[in-house]
Design a protein around this ligand. Structure first.
Ligand SMILES: [Ca+2]
Ligand SMILES: [Ca+2]
Length: 203
């Protein structure tokens, strides 16, 4: 009888551990280890003080803000990935936050994850940055001329005013390329028109 009870208890333990594993969507330890390895490879060093600051899960991936001892952002930099601009509002030298993606196996910089087709939808990234404003990273969609992280008609009028020499509130200077809505390398009235067309759903 005692043996049967022991077997039942052991079975219950196995089942409960299995349930715990099933509901632990992110293996944080593995993700942290992978991020550390990523940072070490990137810097070609034997050890590194890396840290995952914030993360969210979406689309079967984990999006996170991480710190490692290398530069990608700087105060003068605005990183463009797909139709988004990302700006780090502060520089905590030498470790500056960046956005990464973990697919349950490996860690990628957001740009690489996009280039590889692992990430196509940037809404989880926006959600991550909105949920954790203290990350210091702001996302601007293409055309967000006034830098309020949203694209609306105000952006078209702001750009029109700016081009006419009227003082306006603009996106932080390193990200001004966000105004090149038609992506032809110059910022002019055609971009204001392109913003209006995008808002109207016209290609
Ligand atoms: Ca805007
Ligand atoms: Ca343009």
């Amino acid at each position: 009888m005692r043996r049967i009870i022991s077997l039942l208890l052991a079975l219950m333990l196995v089942v409960s551990v299995g349930c715990l594993q099933a509901y632990a969507l992110v293996d944080e330890k593995h993700m942290e280890d992978e991020f550390e390895e990523f940072c070490k490879r990137r810097e070609n060093v034997a050890s590194i003080d890396s840290k995952i600051q914030y993360y969210i899960e979406a689309d079967g991936l984990v999006f996170f803000v991480g710190h490692g001892y290398f530069f990608t952002f700087s105060m003068e930099d605005c990183v463009k990935i797909a139709d988004w601009y990302f700006h780090c509002n502060f520089l905590t030298s030498p470790d500056t936050p960046n956005i990464y993606v973990y697919d349950g196996d490996r860690v990628y910089h957001l740009r690489v994850a996009y280039n590889k087709g692992i990430v196509t939808d940037f809404s989880p990234v926006v959600e991550l940055l909105e949920a954790y404003p203290s990350s210091g990273i702001t996302a601007y969609p293409m055309g967000d001329v006034n830098g309020d992280s949203a694209l609306d008609v105000t952006d078209a009028t702001t750009l029109q005013k700016q081009l006419c020499g009227i003082k306006t509130t603009l996106v932080s200077d390193p990200c001004y390329g966000v105004a090149d809505m038609n992506m032809d390398g110059v910022i002019n009235i055609k971009d204001a028109t392109a913003i209006q067309k995008a808002l109207a759903g016209i290609e």
